[in-house]
Design a protein around this ligand. Structure first.
Ligand SMILES: [Zn+2]
Length: 358
């Protein structure tokens, strides 16, 4: 009987809808694949009034940090994380802090861990990025290439390693390894739903937004971590949002350029007192920019010398000595440099040898 009454009400409602042509009530879109996680996925801190920094807690793989800037009526989001699932969860966890919608997304560069959430944003959201970022993403280079192969291409091996560690683990270690395995499997599942979306508006040197009584500058001062690193500068709040051009520690160098240090020194001239990096915690010490620029200059000079002397990339990765920078980068404890960075440098030097500058 109950079923019959429900059926009648539902049927009457359908007829009523058909009669007036009203659309069905809107529903929240379901989360993209593998958005499930335990506890908060982000620690979101309001670092200045109307500026938040979102750092992953480890509950799910979100990739890079994000920064959110209040534009008055709406929000600007810097970087959209590693998967549609991660971007979706960011919006979910941001909503109790501000009801305003995201209207602009900045892509700091083309790397997958910063931009593969772009697809969760609708047509009313503009995605801003450098022309070089557009070219790479539109050409399929965000889900292929050096960075993708190194981190995502190795997921099956990472999962297999965790599975064998779990099998061999003592009882006390099992929960931690099982958690890591679940997170890695969820991330692999989430990568299946990625459709890379390139920027909808591109810039070559700079773009300025005037919104909510503030000025938001998007700046490109030269190649560095990639060919199209865009930094977001908020002059009134004196905040610099750097992506991976200046992370908290040492950056991935597999897509870098020799002038990276020089580009960083250009940004160091700006008047800011807080850096929101693409990885790691916010920091106020501007001297860190100089330390990273010096490390990068040293790496590129030693890589160029080794290349010129005909030293193989493997040998150079062992012999390049960056320990002079150990005081500022505690992970540098012995001679050596990442092979992926040396191979990148060698590719650029080889290409330069083929097309000498006039
Ligand atoms: Zn990157």
């Amino acid at each position: 009987m109950k079923y019959a009454v429900s059926f009648w009400i539902a049927t009457a409602a359908l007829f009523a809808l058909a009669a007036c042509g009203a659309p069905p009530p809107p529903e929240d879109p379901p989360p993209p694949g593998a958005a499930a996680h335990q506890g908060a996925a982000f620690e979101i801190t309001e670092v200045r009034p109307g500026i938040w920094h979102a750092v992953g807690t480890g509950a799910m793989n979100v990739g890079a940090n994000a920064a959110i800037v209040d534009l008055g009526e709406s929000l600007l989001l810097v970087d959209s994380h590693i998967t549609p699932a991660a971007a979706w969860v960011l919006l979910e966890e941001l909503s109790p802090l501000t009801p305003k919608p995201v209207r602009y997304v900045v892509n700091t560069h083309f790397h997958f861990d910063h931009i593969h959430g772009n697809q969760v944003f609708g047509d009313d959201v503009e995605i801003l990025g450098h022309e070089a970022t557009y070219d790479v993403v539109a050409g399929g280079g965000s889900n292929s290439g050096t960075a993708w192969d190194a981190f995502v291409g190795t997921l099956p091996e990472q999962i297999a390693t965790l599975e064998s560690r779990l099998e061999a683990a003592a009882e006390a270690d099992r929960a931690e390894i099982a958690d890591a395995l679940a997170r890695t499997r969820a991330y692999q599942e989430a990568t299946a739903s990625i459709t890379p979306v390139p920027p909808t508006i591109t810039l070559e040197r700079r773009m300025t937004l005037h919104r909510g009584g503030h000025e938001i500058q998007l700046l490109f001062l030269g190649r560095g971590h990639t060919a199209g690193d865009v930094v977001t500068f908020l002059p009134e709040q004196r905040v610099l949002i750097t992506g991976d051009l200046v992370p908290f520690g040492l950056p991935f160098m597999g897509d870098g350029y020799p002038e990276w240090g020089e580009t960083i020194r250009g940004f160091a001239e700006l008047d800011f007192d807080l850096v929101l990096p693409g990885h790691g915690q916010p920091f106020e010490d501007k001297a860190k920019l100089g330390y990273l620029a010096a490390y990068l200059d040293d790496f590129w000079a030693q890589a160029e010398a080794a290349h010129g002397e005909g030293v193989s990339a493997e040998e150079a990765a062992n012999s390049i000595d960056l320990t002079a920078h150990g005081d500022h980068f505690p992970s540098v404890t012995a001679p050596g440099a990442p092979l992926i960075a040396v191979e990148r440098a060698y590719r650029l030097f080889d290409a330069r040898a083929l097309t000498p500058e006039q």
